[in-house]
Design a protein around this ligand. Structure first.
Ligand SMILES: [Zn+2]
Length: 306
C-alpha cells in the first residue's frame, strides 16, 4: 500500500469529536512543522495526536498555513500566543487578516452566528513580527526541510501549496477539493468569498507539472493517484459551476438550487453515497457554502437580469 514518507504524519484533529474530518500534517526535522493546525477547538485533540509521536507543542518550531479559513488556520494565533518558539508561514495577502482579524471574525460570525465558538473557538491576532509572508515562487527553508511554494488561487485568493522538496509530497489544503479516506469521489469545495474557477484550473496545471508523489488534503488525508484525482476535481468543479449558472439564468430560487445541488452531489457519489459518506463529505465542505461561493462567482460574471 502506498504511504507517506517516514518524516510526514497525518494528525487527526477529531473535529467536534469526529475522526477524519480535518487533517493536520506533521513534518519531523531539525525544526518540527505543523501544516494547517485547524481551528482552536481542536487543540486538545491535536496535543494528544502529537503525544503519540512523543511530541508536545513546545517541540513545534513552525506553523505553515495553506490558507486562513477557520478550519485550517483558526488556531494559529492561539498557538503563537502560547508558544514563543513558533513562527508562522502564510501568504502575504493573508497577513493583514492575521494581524487584525476583526474583518475575518465579523464575516465568519455573519455565516456561523452562535455556532462560532462551538465550531471553531477563538481566533487571536498574530503579531506581525512572528509571521514570514510568502508569495509563491520562492524557495522556502525551515531547518533542514526545503519546500517549493506555489501561489494557488482558486479556493481562496491567498491559498498556497507547499511541495516538500525531498519527497515531492504536496500539501494542497483545499485546492484538490474534498476526498474522504477510502472513497474515490472528489467533491468541489467552493465557498465564498473569492473562488475563481479559471485561476483554479491554472493552479491545478501548475500542481500537475510538479508530479507530486502524494497530495495531502485537509479533508481528508493523503491521496496517491494525483493525476486521476485532479482530473476528477476539474470536471466536478465545472459540472457544479455550469449547473448553478443554468439555475441562476433560469431564475430558480436559492432553496430549490440547494435541493438540486444536494441531489447532484449524492448522484455524483454513486455507490459511495452511504449515510456515513454523505455526512463525512458534508462536514468536510458544506454544500450550502459551495453553492453560495458559486453563486457569488457567477453574479460577478453574468449579465444583470433585466
Ligand atoms: Zn477546509
Amino acid at each position: 500500500m502506498e504511504r507517506l514518507p517516514a518524516s510526514i504524519h497525518q494528525l487527526d484533529t477529531m473535529h467536534l469529536g469526529r475522526a477524519e474530518i480535518i487533517c493536520c500534517y506533521l513534518i519531523r526535522g531539525s525544526v518540527n512543522i505543523l501544516i494547517d493546525p485547524g481551528p482552536t477547538v481542536v487543540l486538545p485533540a491535536l496535543a494528544e495526536a502529537l503525544a503519540t509521536h512523543g511530541l508536545t507543542f513546545a517541540d513545534i518550531g513552525a506553523i505553515m498555513l495553506t490558507h486562513i479559513h477557520l478550519d485550517h488556520g483558526g488556531a494559529a494565533g492561539t498557538l503563537l500566543a502560547r508558544y514563543p518558539q513558533m513562527t508562522l508561514y502564510v501568504h502575504e495577502r493573508a497577513v493583514p487578516h492575521l494581524v487584525d482579524p476583526s474583518k475575518l471574525i465579523n464575516s465568519a460570525t455573519r455565516i456561523y452566528g452562535e455556532q462560532m465558538d462551538v465550531l471553531w473557538g477563538e481566533f487571536l491576532a498574530v503579531p506581525a513580527e512572528r509571521i514570514v509572508s510568502l508569495n509563491g515562487g520562492e524557495p522556502l527553508h525551515i531547518g533542514d526541510q526545503h519546500f517549493t511554494v506555489i501561489a494557488a488561487p482558486g479556493h481562496a485568493i491567498h491559498h498556497l501549496i507547499y511541495i516538500h522538496a525531498a519527497t515531492r509530497v504536496a500539501f494542497v489544503g483545499d485546492m484538490a477539493g474534498i476526498r474522504m479516506p477510502g472513497y474515490r469521489y472528489v467533491r468541489p469545495a467552493t465557498p465564498p468569498p473569492d473562488i475563481d474557477l479559471e485561476a483554479w484550473d491554472e493552479t491545478l496545471q501548475t500542481l500537475r507539472h510538479h508530479h507530486p508523489t502524494a497530495m495531502c488534503l485537509t479533508h481528508y488525508g493523503a491521496v496517491f493517484d494525483s493525476e486521476a484525482h485532479l482530473q476528477a476535481l476539474h470536471a466536478a468543479n465545472w459540472r457544479w459551476a455550469e449547473l448553478v449558472r443554468s439555475w441562476m439564468v433560469a431564475g430558480i430560487d436559492v432553496a430549490e438550487q440547494l435541493r438540486l445541488l444536494t441531489a447532484q452531489a449524492t448522484a455524483d457519489m454513486g455507490a459511495e453515497a452511504t449515510e456515513l459518506g454523505i455526512s463525512a463529505y458534508q462536514k468536510g465542505a458544506s454544500i450550502t457554502m459551495s453553492l453560495q461561493g458559486l453563486t457569488r462567482y457567477w453574479s460577478k460574471r453574468l449579465p444583470p437580469t433585466p
